[in-house]
Design a protein around this ligand. Structure first.
Ligand code: PSU
Ligand code: MN
Length: 307
């Protein structure tokens, strides 16, 4: 039984018991997605945005083998400082870090699994993992995709970065039965840009519409989840386009250096940040906050539906 080992913070516990909206947040974005000290300030600011939007933040990470749902400031600072020295934890790694009593930063897959166990139906992040380019040969397909296929949760993100093969990512999401809706657009967004060239499988135009979809996901009891893809705000998208060149360079470097496995995504994120002189980081921070606002509105609507 994993359940009794979850440490749910008093604030999150009270909100869940009272039917208040709660937003799950991941921790790999803190340790492997952004450098110190921007990672800590962003984590705290995103929690503030969630609170200002009328929901309770529940950042999820593993401290000394114990999954924490809702973290204290000191705990956030601890993992943010440790950065990539904290183990990146996808579903596969959960039993390992728990049994060995290690610290772990949860990816979208592990965060979704833990959030669902805690009874949190909405999760906000920046971007999800997907099928890597060349994935048809390497079979490097993020556990985020299969997790969404078997966990009844709504993940709110800005789509998938073009470090990935976006058409194949959408194919795998379909295979796993994941409902994918883009927010206010017919095109699936590609993180730094609203444009992936891929038509979105579905579209929602309001938090209420997304919440209705989440209601169907939960009531049907299929056990699978959904993805709400929110395009990057227009005033950020221009600098988003210049990131594409950096992505191409980073992909070539990853290939020639033979970077493999769960090191691929952190390597690409870090190189793109360096190559854009930090501009990708700035866009990244703004887009996560925007997702936090949209996700909180969806969680509020969903909580209201249940009342
Ligand atoms: N994409 C981003 N930022 C991130 C990640 C992905 O734009 O921080 C992180 C998330 O934690 C995601 C993980 O779940 O990387 C996916 O890693 P992999 O490709 O190894 O499955
Ligand atoms: Mn991978």
């Amino acid at each position: 039984m994993v359940d009794h080992r979850l440490r749910i913070s008093p604030e999150v516990q009270a909100a869940l018991a009272d039917g208040q909206p709660v937003i799950a947040l991941e921790s790999t974005i803190i340790t492997h997605g952004m450098p110190w000290p921007d990672n800590l300030s962003t984590a705290l600011e995103v929690e503030d945005v969630v609170r200002a939007s009328g929901a309770v933040p529940a950042t999820i990470a593993i401290i000394s083998g114990v999954p924490h749902i809702g973290m204290q400031r000191e705990q956030l600072e601890y993992i943010a400082r440790k950065g990539t020295a904290v183990q990146k934890v996808s579903r596969r790694d959960l039993p390992v870090v728990m049994a060995k009593q290690l610290d772990g930063a949860t990816t979208v897959s592990a965060t979704s699994a833990l959030a669902a166990l805690a009874g949190i139906p909405v999760f906000v992040t920046g971007g999800i993992g997907g099928v890597h380019r060349g994935g048809e040969v390497t079979m490097d397909i993020s556990a985020d995709l299969t997790e969404l296929g078997r966990t009844p949760i709504a993940v709110v993100c800005a789509g998938a970065k073009s470090i990935l093969d976006i058409p194949r990512t959408l194919e795998v999401l379909e295979t796993w039965g994941v409902a994918v809706a883009s927010y206010g657009t017919d095109e699936f967004p590609a993180f730094f840009t609203p444009h992936s060239g891929c038509r979105s499988p579905a579209r929602v135009d309001s938090p209420a519409e997304a919440a209705a979809m989440l209601g169907s996901v939960q009531r049907l009891g299929l056990g699978s989840g959904m993805l709400v893809a929110v395009p990057i705000p227009a005033d950020q998208a221009a600098e988003g386009e210049e990131v594409e060149g950096a992505i191409r360079t980073a992909l070539r470097e990853a290939d020639s250096k033979g970077i493999r496995g769960n090191e691929v995504t952190p390597f690409l994120l870090e190189r793109v940040r360096e190559l854009t002189g930090g501009r990708s980081l700035e866009a990244n921070i703004k887009l996560v906050k925007n997702n936090a606002r949209v996700g909180s509105a969806i969680a509020r609507e969903y909580a209201a539906q249940l009342r």
